[in-house]
Design a protein around this ligand. Structure first.
Ligand code: HEC
Length: 146
C-alpha cells in the first residue's frame, strides 16, 4: 500500500503577482492625487494669460491664412492683446521688479499700440505686424520662460 501523494503545493506566484499589481495601482492613484492637490494650489493665472495671448496670435495667423485681414477681422484681437499686456506684471509678481521683464512687457505694449494706431490694412502688413508683436513675445520668453 502506497501512501497517497500529499496534495500538490499551491504556488503563491499568482498571489504575489496580484499584490504587486495592486501595489502599483495604489501607487498610481496616490501619485495622481498628490499631483492634483499640488496643481490645485498652483496659481493658474500666468499660464492662462499666456494661453489666451497665444490664442489671439493664433487667430491672427488664421485670419492671414484665410486672407481675411480687414480691420474688423484684426482689431478685436489686437485690442485683446493690448488689454492683456497690461496684466503681464500682475501675472508674474516675482518678475515685476526685474528691469528686463519690465522692458520686455513695455516692448509688447509698444508693439501692439503701434499696430492699433496704424492698423494693418492688408495681409502683407498684418504679417509685418505679427512679426513685430511676435518678436516681443520671443524677447521676453528668451529671458524668462524655461
Ligand atoms: C514680459 C514677458 C512676456 C511677454 C511679453 C510674453 N510672455 Fe509668454 N510667457 C512669459 C513667461 C514668464 C512664461 C512662462 C510661464 C510659466 O511657465 O508659468 C510664458 C509662457 C508662455 C506660453 C506657455 C504657457 C504655459 O502653459 O506655460 C505661451 C503660449 C506664451 N507665453 C505666449 C505668449 C505670446 C503669444 C506672447 C506675445 C503676444 C507672449 N507670450 C508674450 C512671459 C512673457
Amino acid at each position: 500500500m502506497s501512501t497517497p501523494d500529499p496534495a500538490p503545493r499551491k504556488s503563491n506566484g499568482g498571489r504575489y503577482l496580484f499584490l504587486l499589481i495592486l501595489g502599483l495601482a495604489l501607487g498610481v492613484i496616490a501619485t495622481v492625487m498628490v499631483l492634483r492637490a499640488l496643481d490645485a494650489r498652483k496659481d493658474h493665472f500666468p499660464a492662462a494669460l499666456m494661453e489666451v495671448q497665444g490664442w489671439h496670435m493664433g487667430q491672427l495667423k488664421g485670419a492671414m491664412e484665410q486672407n481675411r485681414c480687414s480691420a474688423s477681422d484684426v482689431m478685436p484681437h489686437l485690442q485683446a492683446l493690448r488689454a492683456m499686456s497690461n496684466d503681464l506684471e500682475p501675472a508674474f509678481p516675482d518678475l515685476r521688479d526685474d528691469e528686463r521683464f519690465k522692458s520686455a512687457a513695455a516692448a509688447m505694449r509698444g508693439a501692439v499700440d503701434k499696430a492699433i494706431t496704424a492698423p494693418p490694412l492688408s495681409c502683407e502688413s498684418l504679417a509685418g505686424t505679427m512679426k513685430a508683436i511676435g518678436d516681443t513675445c520671443k524677447g521676453c520668453h528668451r529671458d524668462f520662460k524655461n
